[in-house]
Ligand binder design. Structure first.
Ligand code: PNS
Length: 161
């Protein structure tokens, strides 16, 4: 039987505890999980893609069946090239649902790629990378929202400008 493989795609600018909750749970459901960072040439992030991938590598080092990659273009093309039939996404709230459903239907219509939604741990239902960045920028406490390596990196980034 071939390995069950899935992809967790996203911007991960930077990775949060919410992302890691979903990646960890996906790693227990699938034989192999690829975390794929979107290379978005139209949107400047706080971290460049290689920095995002380094933070992901560090924070998923305890998950042997998880690898980190990046992609540009359509997610379904990446899925086809890498033999990844399933996308795993977290749903935080009803507000995520409309757009996530549209993307899932588009990806299925374009290439038959399936999307599995995991309900976000309620501890993280309010959490997003952009809110974390806002709070960190003004010195708020993000220690329960991101792993220590990310908290340290954000503090350094905002301290050094
Ligand atoms: O972390 P994000 O920004 O919510 O992730 C969104 C992501 C990367 C999953 C989505 O923007 C995506 O798949 N982009 C790749 C381009 C693509 O395939 N677009 C059509 C989606 S239907």
């Amino acid at each position: 039987m071939s390995a069950r493989r899935a992809v967790c795609p996203g911007s991960f600018d930077p990775v949060t505890n919410g992302h890691l909750d979903i990646v960890g749970r996906a790693s227990r459901l699938y034989d192999e999980v690829v975390v794929a960072v979107l290379i978005n040439s139209t949107k400047d992030g706080l971290y460049d893609v290689s920095e995002r991938m380094d933070l992901l590598r560090e924070t998923t080092a305890d998950l042997p069946n998880v690898t980190i990659d990046s992609f540009d273009g359509l997610l379904v093309d990446y899925c086809k090239r890498h033999d990844l039939p399933v996308v795993v996404k977290g749903l935080r709230a009803v507000s995520d649902f409309d757009y996530e459903l549209q993307m899932a239907q588009m990806n299925h219509g374009l290439a038959g790629v399936e999307t599995m939604f995991l309900s976000t741990n309620p501890l993280y239902s309010f959490l997003s990378s952009s809110l974390v960045k806002q709070v960190a920028r003004y010195g708020g406490d993000i220690s329960t929202l991101v792993p220590p390596v990310v908290a340290k990196s954000l503090a350094a980034r905002f301290r050094d400008g």
